[in-house]
Design a protein around this ligand. Structure first.
Ligand SMILES: NC(=O)C1=CN([C@@H]2O[C@H](COP(=O)(O)OP(=O)(O)OC[C@H]3O[C@@H](n4cnc5c(N)ncnc54)[C@H](O)[C@@H]3O)[C@@H](O)[C@H]2O)C=CC1
Ligand SMILES: CC(C)CCC[C@@H](C)[C@H]1CC[C@H]2C3=C(CC[C@]12C)[C@@]1(C)CCC(=O)C[C@@H]1CC3
Length: 338
């Protein structure tokens, strides 16, 4: 039972998954469209998860599949999201069944219930967003539904989904690098709203811990079958306090002026429209998108009580420790002092 395949194992979360799985004595295969590291103990299978024939060899003889592959949310490519997150996940399920894999653990996202308005201590019982904040999230909803409904104990195939939120930590290509790039170009001067909105930021090792626990506690008749679970640091923090701690940790000034939420949102919307009009001539990526403004200016934190009860989940790294480790892991992003 300790052999697994990590689909998306070359990515940020995937690499951390592989490291902890190896440390726990698992035999690990990685299936990914790219190979981002080499390790003697890991067998790599390169391919597109939309291709069942490419997937099958990577799933032979394994009991657990962790599916944490997705196009990056910032890629803004509707067709690709639909193809990989929805159609590709259907292919993953079909391949798991064909290879007689017993357990499939999907990395979903807490954002599947987020519509850009406040969520405070949200439970998994909240309905899926009817108006998801972007197309990435829309396809994460389709994907999660597909995986949860594939749970089939009678045929020895069990599925569950982990919904992390705001994953951060060493080697994350998104949160810290985007934040520091914005600071370097003088864009991190404003706090959107009053700065009191609480948000979950979850250290990558806690997210991995949640996935491995889920795989180990997923049995016939267990409450995990066909269900989704929030995995958070269980320490919601004001969005702008978190950003400021990362910024000051890397010697950048924290933002100090306030801009009303609605003003920031409509400015971002206007900018998005302008960039869409200009797209035939020039492609520019905006730092402030309506989606990021919504994430920066609203409450969105979730209860992980269900994971505590069903799988005995507790965060293993506190937020203070996680921020310290993350800041330390990016020496190249530290501000050069004159
Ligand atoms: N980063 C975050 O804050 C959050 C991420 N998630 C989810 O966690 C998972 C992992 O995210 P990250 O590690 O941050 O992303 P990442 O972009 O670092 O890793 C994704 C991996 O998937 C692979 N991949 C993409 N398309 C593929 C395809 N067609 N076939 C095979 N492999 C493919 C990529 O090559 C990459 O190695 C994703 O499912 C994402 O939706 C959920 C909540 C928050
Ligand atoms: C420039 C600043 C206003 C903000 C910089 C930080 C942002 C890049 C990140 C803050 C919250 C993050 C987040 C995600 C990506 C990076 C942030 C927008 C996700 C969209 C990643 C994928 C998910 O499933 C949900 C995440 C929510 C939080």
């Amino acid at each position: 039972g300790r052999s697994c395949t990590v689909i998306g194992g070359s990515g940020f979360l995937g690499q951390h998954m592989v490291e902890q799985l190896l440390a726990k004595g698992y035999r690990v295969n990685v299936f990914d469209i790219q190979q981002s590291f080499e390790r003697e103990q890991v067998t790599f299978y390169l391919g597109d998860l939309c291709d069942k024939e490419a997937l099958l060899p990577a799933l032979q003889g394994v009991s657990v599949v962790f599916h944490c592959a997705s196009p990056a949310p910032s890629s803004d490519n509707r067709e690709l999201f639909y193809k990989v997150n929805f159609l590709g996940t259907k292919t993953v399920i079909a391949a798991c069944r064909e290879a007689r894999v017993q357990k499939l653990v999907l990395t979903s996202s807490a954002s599947v219930v987020f519509e850009g308005t406040d969520i405070k201590n949200g439970s998994e019982d909240l309905p899926y967003a009817q108006k998801p904040i972007d197309y990435y999230t829309e396809t994460k909803i389709l994907q999660e539904k597909e995986v949860l409904s594939a749970n089939d104990p009678d045929n020895d195939f069990l599925t569950t989904a982990i919904r992390p939120h705001g994953i951060f930590g060493p080697r994350d290509p998104q949160l810290v690098p985007i934040l520091i790039q914005a600071a370097q170009s003088g864009k991190m001067k404003f706090i959107i709203g009053d700065g009191k909105n609480l948000v979950d930021f979850t250290y990558v090792e806690n997210v991995v811990h949640g996935h491995i626990l889920a795989a180990e506690k997923l049995h016939k008749d267990s409450p995990l079958c066909g269900k989704a679970f929030h995995i958070t640091n269980d320490e919601p923090i004001p969005f702008w306090t978190f950003m400021s701690r990362i910024l000051t940790g890397l010697d950048y000034d924290p933002p100090k002026y306030h801009i009303p939420y609605w003003l920031a949102y409509y400015l971002a919307l206007l900018l998005a429209l302008l960039l869409a009009l200009l797209r035939p001539l020039v492609t520019i990526k905006a730092t402030f998108t309506p989606m990021r403004v919504a994430l920066a200016g609203t409450f969105h934190y979730y209860s992980c009580e269900r994971a505590k009860r069903a799988m005995g989940y507790r965060p293993v790294v506190s937020l203070d420790e996680a921020i310290a480790r993350t800041v330390q892991s990016y020496p190249s992003l530290r501000r050069a002092r004159a």
